[in-house]
Design a protein around this ligand. Structure first.
Ligand code: ADP
Ligand code: ADP
Length: 226
């Protein structure tokens, strides 16, 4: 079965610019998948639509078998989303950010605290739980966003340029963590413009350029043409 099915997806922004021109994309359950392409290709727009952050113009999007138009709540519950920009209140404490997010999904406080502990420990942030988010380094903030996205234990984790602007050491530890999550059965879908990231991490990928999917398939088939 599919984690994500997109057919004939188009997006025309309010200013008339057509960012997506009929995107077709299928991601299998359990996959580690990259949407690879240069800046401006339409990666964020595509994942923004899937995550209900951007309205689509036309097309069909299904997440975990649920239709975005008619089953949006189930779509949202199936997904954890890690946006490109930090979008939490920087003056909140790390632990409160996670617990609050759990509240949005209706988790009882005790379970919320258990989940917060589990994911903050996994992401090496437990020592920082009582710090304000503003005190964290860039790499820590990104890990905080991942912990927050996992609190309702979604089947699919979506990350928009997860390692943009973080140094190589943090990048590698994030790669390790994402690989472990995927091994636990979570489907990972990320966007990247780093060829190396797609190549070393992802089993399958799609290459997007100017609002069209140019190629889709196994990473080893698409990128190992040396
Ligand atoms: P939607 O059609 O999804 O409602 P909008 O067209 O209203 O999106 O734009 C959303 C936001 O993105 C606006 O605040 C707009 O100013 C901003 N924006 C406009 N042009 C660009 C661009 N080229 N790249 C990124 N953001 C943009
Ligand atoms: P990528 O994530 O691949 O860098 P985006 O999906 O952010 O690409 O953007 C695709 C195209 O749509 C770009 O040309 C961008 O400038 C444009 N764009 C993005 N957001 C908006 C917006 N809100 N309004 C108008 N144009 C936008």
């Amino acid at each position: 079965s599919y984690a994500l099915e997109i057919s004939n997806l188009t997006k025309v922004y309010d200013n008339g610019f057509q960012a997506l021109k009929g995107v077709e994309l299928n991601v299998q359950q359990g996959d580690f998948f990259a949407l690879l392409g240069p800046n401006g290709a339409g990666k964020s727009t595509t994942l923004g639509i899937v995550s209900s952050l951007v309205n689509k113009t036309q097309g069909v999007v299904k997440v975990n078998g649920f239709d975005l138009d008619t089953e949006r709540e189930q779509v949202k519950r199936s997904l954890g989303v890690v946006p490109q920009e930090f979008n939490f209140n920087s003056f909140e404490k790390v632990i409160d950010i996670i617990v609050q997010q759990a509240g949005y999904y209706g988790l009882p406080t005790k379970l919320a605290l258990q989940r917060a502990e589990k994911y903050l420990k996994q992401l090496d942030l437990w020592d920082k739980r009582n710090n304000q988010a503003v005190m964290l380094s860039g790499g820590m903030k990104r890990r905080l966003m991942i912990a927050r996205a996992l609190v309702h234990e979604p089947k699919i984790l979506i990350l928009d340029e997860p390692t943009a602007g973080v140094d190589i050491e943090i990048r590698r530890s994030m790669w390790r963590f994402l690989t472990e999550l995927n091994a636990q059965g979570i489907t990972i879908i990320l966007t990247t413009h780093y060829l190396e990231e797609a190549e070393s991490l992802c089993r399958n990928l799609a290459i997007i350029g100017a609002g069209n999917i140019i190629a889709q398939g196994a990473t080893k088939d698409l990128l190992n043409e040396k």
